[in-house]
Design a protein around this ligand. Structure first.
Ligand code: PLP
Length: 450
């Protein structure tokens, strides 16, 4: 007799190495294996349907059944299923995507380099900066400024740039990293300090840090326009306007990590436009291909392009690149995803349902468990507290974020726990009704917990 077939869930537990997963919760509830997707919903192998209120990992912005993306992929696979961009060779969709991205850039940019992911893009920027400064006779300029709670990826330098304690598990950050405070006014402003004074303090901290480290040792600063994985931290008004003149004064390039914000998440095409960030280098990924192909990109300003190109002279090339960076199928998909976002009313939808979503979050802020409801466009977070007055965090044993996320799962909503917070990033195609349902479910869960 044949042994009974094992479920995907059992096979998964027996074979798959889970990362970024709360292991006690995994042991308790087991994994969920998905079989299909439609619109903003995914369906697991048992046939349960979930509204994906995190767009997968911020990336499935056009949902899970966009036939136009599948069709351009099919056509490109038939024409040229893959190629590289080394040795002076290229493919049509790659060139077209580079041109399109330059046309849409938040500030004038002159050249694009493609990668397979956000981490690879940030990693590439570090190498670009190091090569540039060394080529200009300043090899000591290797330090990189980042901020507490930043997330920049999972490769070694991108992890180092990530301002979270867990990078210590790998003996990171490395010696080149200089970490500033997090621009989160609600949590980090001093008692009685208003946003203007908080911004002034952050700018002073940057100036003092650069002077203490030595301006001639700093290669660049990385910043997400709005921090995503750090808990959706929208910087206070005037933050970038205050820090940019300081960076410029010391000749330090500013890198906008637009991996989450880029291509619409904030309601602007770029997060930089939403928060007044004027980047020298832009990094994009995720929404760029709506998650239908692994894609990442680095855009260089005319000045950085000129300086990097000059620095490359010594080596006769920029000795760096990825076999599948600029993959023609990924570029064809990205061109279509960007076209849909910019020309088919998707950005307008993010603006209108985003406003409704933010309004819904603000109503949840009145709940006794919610310390802060924050966000912009279609990204948001609720931070729970044990005391609304003192803003005391929920004790770890409450496992409050995990608990809320599990309860949401039982109600057919996927949301992301993050310590005492939950993070939300619905797809750009979400309807007003879906947003209202999400807010309604969260309200009901909070009432049940209280
Ligand atoms: N930068 C930011 C702001 C991100 O949120 C992420 C991933 O979530 C990355 C970089 C890393 O991108 P990837 O996971 O594609 O390497």
């Amino acid at each position: 007799m044949n042994a009974p077939a094992q479920s995907w869930e059992r096979r998964e537990i027996g074979s798959f190495f889970h990362t970024f997963t709360d292991l006690p919760s995994l042991r308790e509830a087991g994994p969920v294996v998905f079989a299909r997707g439609e619109g903003a919903y995914v369906q697991d192998t048992a046939g349960r349907r979930y509204f994906e209120a995190n767009s997968g990992l911020w990336n499935m912005t056009l949902g899970f059944s966009e036939a136009r993306l599948a069709e351009v992929a099919r056509r490109q696979y038939a024409a040229l299923p893959g190629y590289h961009t080394f040795f002076g060779r290229n493919s049509g969709p790659t060139v077209e995507l580079a041109e399109r991205m330059l046309a849409l850039a938040p500030v004038p940019m002159s050249r694009v380099f493609f990668t397979n992911s956000g981490s690879e893009a940030n990693e590439s920027v570090v190498k670009l900066l190091w090569l540039m400064w060394a080529g200009e006779g300043q090899p000591r300029r290797r330090k990189l400024i980042t901020r507490r709670n930043a997330y920049h990826g999972a490769t070694v330098m991108a992890s180092s740039l990530t301002g979270k304690d867990y990078v210590g598990a790998f003996g990171l950050p490395g010696p080149e990293i200089v970490t500033l405070g997090c621009p989160h006014a609600w949590r980090c402003a001093a008692p009685g300090e208003d946003e203007t004074a908080f911004v002034r303090r952050l700018a002073a901290e940057l100036e003092a840090t650069i002077r203490a480290e030595g301006p001639d040792t700093i290669a660049g600063m990385f910043a997400e326009p709005v921090m995503g994985a750090g808990g959706v931290i929208v910087p206070p008004a005037g933050y970038f306007a205050a820090i940019q003149p300081i960076l410029r004064g010391h000749g330090i390039p500013l890198v906008a990590d637009e991996v989450i914000c880029g291509f619409g998440r904030t309601g602007e095409l770029w997060g930089s436009l939403a928060v007044g960030l004027l980047p020298d280098i832009v990094v994009a990924s995720k929404s760029m291909s709506a998650g239908y192909f692994p894609m990442g990109a680095v855009m260089l300003s005319p000045e950085i392009d000129r300086r990097v190109t000059a620095a490359c002279e010594a080596w006769e090339e920029f000795p760096h690149g990825f076999t599948t960076g600029g993959h023609p199928v990924g570029c064809a998909i990205s061109l279509e995803a960007i076209r849909i976002i910019t020309e088919d009313g998707i950005l307008e939808n993010v603006r209108s349902v985003g406003a409704r979503f933010q309004e819904g979050l603000r109503t949840l802020a009145r709940h006794p468990l919610v310390g802060e409801a924050r966000g912009i466009g279609l990204m948001g977070a609720l931070e729970m507290v044990s005391d609304k007055e003192t803003r005391a965090p929920c004790p770890g044993e409450w496992r409050i974020g995990e608990r809320i996320a599990r309860m949401a799962g039982e109600r057919g909503m996927i949301i992301r726990p993050l310590g005492s917070s939950v993070v939300l990033a619905p797809p750009f195609i979400s309807s007003a009704q879906q947003i209202d349902d999400l807010v309604g479910v969260l309200g009901a869960i909070l009432d049940e917990i209280e």
